[in-house]
Write a protein that binds this ligand. Structure first.
Ligand SMILES: [Zn+2]
Length: 265
């Protein structure tokens, strides 16, 4: 039987080494990818990856507590939050030259459609128009136009403005959106149903109306879109590549049979 994310979450909760071996093999590449994407200047900083791994092992709070409805994407959301938080603690990002808060952004961009708002929000998450248009299943030109419209709406609203103001303030905006949760906010399942094509907004007018004016939900929606991409990253460390990380975390090497199970062979 193939070892899955479910098994990993259960085993890590129970402190079993199999869980950590799977974690290292499957998610160290994701961790490296996240660092490269969100902190490009630290892309090949192997020591940073090691420090983050050690801190994840030392405190697993919020990391292995998700099971439903899509364990791997929930886990990826938790992993992303921890990795970005640890990297920020390791070395803080300096504040942007033109500060932009969520309230100003929300006011300025209120007239945009929900899809346009996501195209803008993915800019706070450092995605340029190619990956953005893939995540939103739109033409790259549409993403560019949405961002240009948003840039103009912000420019007239802000006393000091530059074209990259949304991306420059990404960390602050994302932090504020996370805290903006309301009682009406939608569960992950509602967004996953749309991302996976099991549902559309058309018969859920009320839900769409909420999300369209709630940047907490827009951020959640975008993070789940990102998790769907992270889940499909092809990398997986081999036994030899995983070994030094397991040593670093003080985890006994796994017998060969475990690695065979991991590969489903
Ligand atoms: Zn909401």
């Amino acid at each position: 039987m193939i070892y899955t994310c479910y098994d990993m979450i259960r085993d890590c909760r129970e402190g079993k080494r199999e869980g950590w071996a799977y974690f290292v093999s499957r998610y160290v590449p994701v961790l490296g990818w996240l660092i490269g994407h969100y902190f490009p200047s630290r892309k090949n900083d192997a020591a940073l990856v090691e420090r983050i791994l050690v801190s994840l092992r030392a405190s697993t709070a919020s990391l292995f507590d998700s099971f439903d409805p899509a364990p791997e994407r929930h886990f990826l959301l938790a992993l992303r939050a921890r990795v970005l938080g640890e990297a920020e603690r390791d070395r803080g990002t300096p504040p942007a030259e033109c500060p932009l808060d969520l309230e100003t952004l929300a006011e300025a961009l209120a007239p945009l459609t929900l899809t346009e708002k996501q195209a803008v929000w993915l800019e706070t998450m450092s995605y340029d128009e190619q990956p953005t248009s893939r995540m939103l299943k739109m033409a790259p030109d549409t993403a560019v136009r949405a961002r240009e419209r948003a840039a103009e709406m912000l420019r007239v609203k802000m006393s000091s403005w530059r074209r990259s103001v949304v991306a420059d303030n990404g960390a602050v905006l994302i932090g504020e959106a996370l805290k903006a949760r309301t009682a009406d906010c939608l569960p992950a399942k509602a967004f996953l149903d749309i991302i996976d094509g099991r549902a559309t907004w058309s018969n859920r007018g009320q839900m769409e109306r909420h999300v369209n004016s709630c940047w907490h939900c827009i951020d959640h929606f975008c993070r789940l879109r990102e998790a769907s991409v992270l889940r499909d990253l092809p990398n997986q460390l081999s036994e030899a590549e995983a070994d030094p990380y397991l040593k670093l975390l003080g985890i006994e090497p796994e017998p060969r049979a475990f690695w065979k199970k991991l590969r489903g062979k």
